[in-house]
Design a protein around this ligand. Structure first.
Ligand code: SF4
Length: 398
């Protein structure tokens, strides 16, 4: 209960599973007392997941190239074509990394990269079919709408044809990458050469209608307004009403190093946690909410579990893109599980479809493999792989 009758009514309706409007979401975001907001969001989580389970996944982000023609201002990962630090991994190297991931228990790979001027649909067909031939059980949850649009343009085919062909080659689902901020003003300010937010959603809608589900993300903190943050989730919710194809929503905070946008991140931890809770209340049609310990840190990641979050994402056996822009947080599987347990939740390893693979009902069931640790092999960080032919470096998980 709060001292404000209007806020109380909205919180109660949302906690009961009712739909709230974008205007009501904005009011909650700016005015609702923090604890009341978290309590309402956690009520939704408990109703959806009465087993009190919080999931995680073991996966690896593998970047096939950092060469990109799109030059987003916030991106510290890409290099322009012909830049001396540009690289592309051969298929054998990508398969080697997939093999390492499988050995460590990964069930999913996120193959992502820049918009290489030569990479059309044929490149992705070759890559995905090679991964599936070598590791048939490894789920390819990869690329994003931007890559789909780019490959369609390079190959001169429709979006539908691209998705049909890469699905036939082995793509299982599309990552929510590249959403950044979907509303036009903030998107144009940070990624003027990228497709519009409407186009990003159009690709997702086509994919969902072709049976390829996805996740949806949001990057907070590059100068967008509170109203634009709410507009972003409204655009996603509208598509979800038609397709039901977004499995989860994953907000994360912009990292300000090594890019052309510069500046300090403008999303504070409190703003992040409040937004996570509002997202849980707003998305009555999206099943899962994942928080980002990678960009906000493990403490905030654990706190988010009290704000409606039911999934802590991945240990990230490899991550290069966000770490290039300054994310320094690292973890290991045993630590991720104790973060979940420390929030009084039951940890469970999930697959891409959020099915439970292993539920750690008691601490005696907790995983003990200390090899499952975050890594990087970034070109932009000291000690990074500079082309990535070397074995992954292990990061101190403290
Ligand atoms: S965010 Fe993606 S599309 Fe934008 S510059 Fe970086 S690699 Fe290219």
């Amino acid at each position: 209960m709060t001292a404000n009758r209007e806020l109380d009514d909205i919180l109660r309706r949302a906690a009961d599973g009712g739909r709230i409007s974008p205007e009501e979401a904005l009011l909650l975001y700016t005015d609702a007392p923090f604890h009341a907001l978290g309590e309402a969001a956690d009520t939704v989580r408990r109703r959806r997941y009465p087993d009190n389970i919080v999931t995680y996944i073991i996966d690896r982000n593998i970047n096939y190239t950092n060469v990109c023609v799109t030059a987003c201002k916030f991106c510290a990962f890409f290099r322009a074509p012909k830049h001396e630090e540009g690289w592309s991994h051969p298929t054998e190297e990508i398969l080697r990394r997939c093999g390492e991931a499988v050995d460590l228990g990964a069930t999913q790979v996120m193959l992502q990269g820049g918009h290489h001027p030569d990479y059309g649909v044929e490149y992705y067909e070759t890559l995905f079919s090679a991964v599936k031939a070598a590791y048939p059980d490894l789920v390819i949850h990869s690329i994003g709408p931007s890559e789909v649009l780019h490959m369609s343009k390079v190959s001169g085919v429709s979006i539908e044809e691209s998705i049909r062909r890469i699905k036939a080659a082995g793509l299982d689902s599309i990552a929510g990458a590249g959403a950044e901020m979907l509303p036009e003003r903030p998107r144009t300010a940070i990624a003027p050469l990228k497709e519009s937010g409407a186009r990003w959603l159009e690709v997702m809608e086509i994919a969902h209608n072709l049976g390829v589900e996805s996740t949806a993300t949001m990057m907070m903190g590059t100068g967008e307004t509170n109203a634009e943050r709410i507009e972003h989730i409204t655009m996603i919710r509208d598509v979800q009403d038609r397709t039901g194809g977004f499995r989860s929503f994953i907000p994360w905070t912009y990292q300000p190093e090594n890019n052309h946008l510069k500046g300090r991140t403008q999303a504070t931890n409190l703003e992040y946690l409040r937004f996570v809770a509002v997202a849980r209340l707003f998305f009555d049609n999206v099943a899962h909410l994942q928080s980002s310990w990678l960009t906000t840190g493990k403490d905030v990641g654990q706190l988010s579990l009290h704000m409606g979050v039911d999934d802590l994402g991945s240990i990230m056996l490899e991550e290069n893109v966000i770490s290039s822009a300054g994310a320094r947080h690292r973890s290991k599987l045993t630590e991720l599980v104790s973060m979940i347990r420390g929030a009084d939740r039951t940890p469970a390893q999930r697959d891409t479809l959020y099915r439970h693979l292993k539920v750690h009902w008691t601490p005696a069931d907790d995983p003990t493999d200390e090899r499952v640790v975050s890594h990087f092999s970034s070109i932009a960080l000291p000690g990074g792989g500079a082309g990535g032919r070397t074995a992954l470096s292990v990061i101190d998980a403290q």
